[in-house]
Write a protein that binds this ligand. Structure first.
Ligand SMILES: Nc1nc2c(ncn2[C@@H]2O[C@H](COP(=O)(O)OP(=O)(O)OP(=O)(O)O)[C@@H](O)[C@H]2O)c(=O)[nH]1
Ligand SMILES: [Mg+2]
Length: 304
């Protein structure tokens, strides 16, 4: 390692729910680190992906989609974005979905006006936009709102333009020794990811308010005991009436969920793993500070 010329720092992905932040994080990190679903508000906490090059280490930070909080869980999600953008970022990657209404970014733009680090505009989902004029107009519009250091047109899901973006991020980082030991790819334990990917499968399988009402708690995570690993997870729901929906007729829905979750967890761990699921009612947990803290969300109660 050439210590004199080494660059390292935090690149924070910020954008509206569904902009493609987690897809981009996975693409840049070259692995499946963050849950991706077609539903908004999939990501609930900041997730790091550490990306190494010969002379750089980039810490990409995936954040929850920026939104106006309506309940305490969403307050903790909004606070994650604030923390990442205000305290951590050496560069912010402002992700804008080329197919969505840009005006919906107004509150996030106000937030980004207050950051001191450079902002890269990353226009995503360009695979869905055929005419260049639309992209040019979008870029011009964003530039009337914010000082943009560089603009990239990408498709996170197809991997178009993402390598160029990574190189540009590496170049703009400050000279610094690496933040994490070489070879480390995230700051979380495997059990966190097991919970995330079970929750991802809930988002993919269930509709309406069910995905948003669930929290996945890993009750037991054992490795190397016998031929298979073992994960037992409690799925917390908010109301008694949600329990039968999650379980389904004669347990069909939860059996399907278990099957898919196990496949996903095994895919992530790269080894066989038995997954067991249990449904628990934790009344109104999304608005309960104590439960949110117990579940690992960082709660900052409003001052009276
Ligand atoms: N066509 C297309 N779809 C994309 C692209 N990037 C992401 N998507 C899709 O957009 C949806 C949302 O992607 P996510 O990565 O979960 O979005 P997010 O910004 O992390 O969303 P939240 O976690 O809710 O804030 C998924 O269905 C992705 O497959 C892209 O470049 N092109
Ligand atoms: Mg996400």
């Amino acid at each position: 390692m050439d210590e004199q010329n080494f660059k390292s720092g935090f690149a924070v992905l910020a954008g509206l729910p569904n902009a493609g932040k987690s897809t981009l994080l996975n693409r840049l990190a070259g692995g499946l680190l963050s849950a991706v679903t077609p539903k908004p508000q999939t990501t609930r906490q900041n997730i790091l992906a550490i990306c190494e090059g010969e002379n750089f280490q980039i810490v990409f930070v995936d954040t929850p989609g920026f939104l106006k909080a309506q309940y305490k869980l969403q307050q903790t999600m909004a606070a994650c974005v604030d923390r990442a953008v205000d305290e951590d970022a050496d560069v912010v990657l402002f992700l804008v979905d080329a197919t969505a209404d840009y005006a919906a970014n107004a509150a996030l733009v106000e937030k980004l006006k207050t950051v001191y680090c450079p902002i890269f505009l990353v226009i995503n989902k360009t695979d869905l936009v055929k005419d260049v004029e639309t992209l040019e107009a979008l870029e011009a519009r964003v530039k009337t709102d914010l000082k943009i250091a560089k603009t990239f047109r990408i498709s996170a899901s197809k991997g178009v333009g993402t390598e160029k973006l990574k190189q540009a991020v590496a170049e703009i980082l400050p000279p610094s020794p690496p933040y994490f030991p070489s070879g480390q790819w995230t700051d979380r334990w495997e059990r966190f990811y097991a919970a995330e990917f079970i929750r991802e499968q809930i988002f993919l399988l269930y509709q309406k308010e069910i995905p948003y009402s669930t929290y996945v708690e890993i009750e037991k995570f054992t490795e190397n005991l016998g031929p298979k690993n073992f994960v037992r997870a409690n799925i917390h729901v908010e109301r008694e009436s949600q329990k039968p929906i999650l379980i389904g007729k004669k347990g069909a829905a939860i059996a399907e969920l278990r099957k898919r979750a196990q496949k996903r967890v095994e895919e992530f761990l790269g080894r066989p793993c038995r997954v067991e699921l249990n449904v628990v009612v934790s009344p109104d947990w999304r608005n309960n500070s104590q439960l949110l803290e117990k579940f690992g969300y960082i709660v900052r109660d409003e001052q009276p």
